[in-house]
Design a protein around this ligand. Sequence first.
Ligand SMILES: [Zn+2]
Length: 366
Amino acid sequence: MTFHPRKNLRALLLAAVAPFAATAPAMAGEARNVIVFLGDAGGVPTLSAGGILAHDRPQSLFIQSMPNIALSDTSALDVWVTDSAAGMTAIMTGRKTNNAMVSMTPATTPGGKPTSIKTLLEYAEQRGLSTGVVTNQPIWDATPAATFAHVAKRSDKDAIFAQMLAPRFGNGVDILIGKGRADALASFAARGTSADKAFGKAGYRFGEDPALVAGATRAAVLRDSDFAPTPAVEATIAQLAKNPKGYFLMVEWDMHTDDPRAGLRHVVEMDDMIRRIHEIAGKDTLILFTADHSFGLRMTGGSRDKPLAEQYDPASKSVISVEPSHTGEEVVVAASGPGAEQVHGFMPNTRLFDIMLSALGWKRDE
Ligand SMILES: [Zn+2]
């Protein structure tokens, strides 16, 4: 066999580099940053219907183009159908818990107390990374709370607000954007202070406009109305990314379809945001999308000769039907970036914690 250096080199490059570049498995510890996009109640049927309703094409969402996917079991410790508290606790701590418990596991002995479980955000704070939580739900609600608070009952919003400003690790969440401003004002007033003073004392720029995040090392934006996700998350990342050690960011967008039009619109809002963030986040960022649980929405009809939006009447079940409750089937996990190759097959939701931890090169310490 004749040796053709140039030809052989080219073949080698084509064989090794081209496919490698597209699917190269990253080594553990290669991620500097981790972003979790949590579509609350964003099950596969909701994503599918939201994408088709908006774009009249199947699999048109950016989420549906992400390179690695898995199907994640969402069952809680005590029941098959989880709530957001147990669902997010599993993702953030790697431990299943009972519904309504926020980053705690139940007592193991009669009369015992629930145990707080360290969250991925707390691991990040402990190691000096910057952290952020953005949500279109109240900032004390179960999903955001499970990133930084430990309460046996998700309704204990006063404890959640107190813990927000009394972190167990580092200096707590650096950038908070969400709803629940009136709740925060009431909660701090009931303790004889004001939200403005309490957040100010903890070093936060405090207000209602997500634009105030720009240039702020620490900011808490609490409001009672909707806001555009993409500029808020872009501003958050611009701040967090200034930390050379990296950052952890959780973005929740509510996709419950009790009001199907609003829920399905939120799917597209979040998808557009993820598409944009994917462009600006560096290659050293593990990006995950998942849902804490699925929801009883099904696409049940529609012809392809005119836009689905013109055929859809929420009052009729002929195109999209909704049984408004959480459901127990698996949800999708979509991933890109270093560590994403660990996202495959059927998996428990708790594995997401391990995937994030190992992508950052850390080990569980309990
Ligand atoms: Zn939920």
